[in-house]
Design a protein around this ligand. Sequence first.
Ligand SMILES: [Zn+2]
Length: 393
Amino acid sequence: MAPALVLRGGQVWDGLSSGPRPADVVCEDGLVRELVAPGTARTGREDLAVDVDGCAVLPGLVDAHVHLVWDGSTDPVAHVAEDGEQLTTVRAAEYARRYLPAGITTVRDLGGNWDVAITVARAVDRGHLDGPTIVAAGQTVIMTGGHDPFWGVPCDGPDAVVRGVRGQVAKGAGVIKTAATGGVYGQAHGEEVGASELTYEELAALAGEAHRRGRRVAAHALGEDGVRNAVRAGIDTIEHGVFLAEDVVADMVRQGTVLCPTVEVYRRMAGGAAPGYAVQKAREVVQAHRRSVAMAVAAGVPVIAGTDAGAPGMAHPSLVDEITALQDYGLSPLQALRAATSAAADALGLPATGRIRPGSPADLLLVDGDPFSDPALLRRPWGVVRRAQLRRN
Ligand SMILES: [Zn+2]
């Protein structure tokens, strides 16, 4: 058995409960083995015991919405076109590498050209790259001419979307991404935020096939009708959810549909971080977005933290900005931290991740102080544990 890592005397928050409690955490073979009363963990001669007195010990964070092919500049689509597949893959690997030192140990990549993110995810799995666990969609399943056509597989009609899902699964997608409405950034012409794209019938066929293949589905959905189509079709996570109606929110609560609102990226774009056409559209949606998030939180919809990192204004990584913005939109510090740990992991289908308990991955974030009262501390981790190995920053 490999030597254990013992973190002694920290304030441990398990990813779920209402606050931290003092405990020693014993990690071994990549997993959390046990939590014991402070000062009582026994260590063998080979084990590494580290005093983390005064530190908060949290589960490694989860960013549920990133695009590793994008660079967070004003117009990342143009840069991908300029770089081509090979340079874009190198860039994506470099962005992935930045996540672990920030304490972000799991990300979900919701779309990219040439299935680059699936390749990067594989590189991490095989040990070629020191990055977070990546659940990657690869290309997206969209209607002809739909949202983000540059990385979409155009599919029209229920049979075609089923083929689209199967194609992505065959290439190694860990999640299926689709578009139920238009968006703010991506195409300068011909795309409206409120316009529905894949129909209810297409989305239902897509979700059914993805679930039969053991994959969850994330739908880009801003406009009210498209969000309603996606929720009723059994989509697992609604990305953005800018215009939510009360009946849709009630359905989300009943079905456990998750909202990944990505609030900060719209504020950045509205502030001028995107091309002019997108700045204009972002300004038109920010207030509605705030109301929708408040409505969802009040009703009890599960909300998770995703940044859209790589999109205009959102560098890799940007998760602490989203955690802070979610608090500004009405989540409590506890709700915002759950959104970036256990709730996000559940939405990714990783029920052991995002918490600290026996058997969970030993992916941990150590911060000097109390992140519940000061989330800015998350920007400066004291250390990060990845698969039971401690890295000091
Ligand atoms: Zn996105």
